[in-house]
Design a protein around this ligand. Structure first.
Ligand code: G3P
Length: 214
């Protein structure tokens, strides 16, 4: 299972790399807007420090505009993956880009048949947003189960990125389902490593060791 970090914050990406937990990065316009810097500069910096796949999202709504942006973004590096929204125009763009050998990540997926359509169009990745489904009292992880079955039924190579992750249980459930990738915010990434009983246990070991030192 690969861990991507879901952020456009350079400091978080560097810390995640240092922890050995960054197999790739996903960004979106909201994450880039939080950085309050020139987004093109931020994107260039991310590309310069990450060797794994980096998802960069288009903002055009029409096929031609999306493809134009995608070709420019793809020129930033071999590891650039172009995030395309799950719309009619988006799917047309994915089909064209996949024929051109440009990697795509179909985003804003909320039901399994959207993922099937994206895979049929040649998407490299699909990103179902499970947290946002949980937010509206719909079982987000349910669509990961369904998409996994559908992709296995037909042997699609499209990888599933479990996105909109809000807590470590989401990562656990994704792993239990055998999801290819979880894209994880930095605060959740840190939570994955720690457990209070680990801290208490370590403190006790060191205290006991100290008591037998002369
Ligand atoms: O990768 C998708 C993610 O950034 C969306 O997360 O928390 O805005 O639903 P969230």
């Amino acid at each position: 299972m690969k861990f991507f970090i879901d952020t456009a914050n350079i400091d978080e990406i560097k810390k995640g790399i240092d922890m050995g937990l960054v197999d790739g990065v996903t960004t979106n316009p909201t994450l880039l807007s939080k950085e309050k810097k020139d987004p093109n500069q931020v994107i260039k910096e991310i590309m310069s420090i990450v060797s794994g796949p980096v998802s960069l999202e288009v903002i055009s709504k029409d096929r031609e505009g999306m493809c134009k942006e995608a070709r420019q973004l793809a020129g930033l590096g071999e590891n650039a993956v172009i995030k395309i929204p799950m719309t009619e125009e988006g799917i047309k763009a994915v089909r064209i880009l996949s024929q051109e050998g440009i990697k795509t990540n179909v985003t804003l997926v909320f039901q399994p048949i959207q993922a099937l359509i994206a895979a049929k169009a040649g998407a490299t990745y699909v990103s179902p947003f499970i947290g946002r489904l949980d937010d509206i009292s719909s079982r987000g992880m349910g669509i990961i189960e369904d998409i996994t079955i559908i992709f296995n039924n037909y042997g699609f190579e499209t990888e599933i990125i479990v996105a909109s992750i809000r807590n470590p249980i989401h990562v656990l459930d994704a792993a239990l389902l055998g999801a290819d990738i979880a894209t994880i915010p930095f605060n959740v990434l840190k939570q994955l490593i720690s457990h209070p009983l680990t801290d208490i246990g370590l403190e006790r070991f060191l205290k006991d060791w100290g008591s037998i030192q002369r």
